[in-house]
Design a protein around this ligand. Structure first.
Ligand code: ADP
Ligand code: MG
Length: 50
């Protein structure tokens, strides 16, 4: 599955949606250079987890 988004807000939205589908013990690997959007993604994920 591949998603392409054009701004930071959408990066967070995707992560927020993914968070709702996670189960205890799931592991996510964030792979990308500095500035790739890992922290942005994590912020959205944290919001999705409450
Ligand atoms: N999908 C995107 N399109 C364009 N810019 C983005 C996207 N996602 C994040 N950014 C921006 O890229 C910059 C670096 O993001 P950041 O999450 O700090 O990267 P990392 O943690 O991987 O170093 C930030 O200014 C962020 O707002
Ligand atoms: Mg970072």
């Amino acid at each position: 599955m591949q998603f392409s988004v054009s701004n930071a807000e959408l990066t967070q939205k995707i992560a927020e949606k993914l968070a709702k589908a996670l189960h205890a013990g799931d592991v996510i690997l964030l792979d990308g250079d500095l500035g790739a959007g890992k922290t942005t993604f994590t912020k959205g994920l944290a919001r999705g987890l409450g």
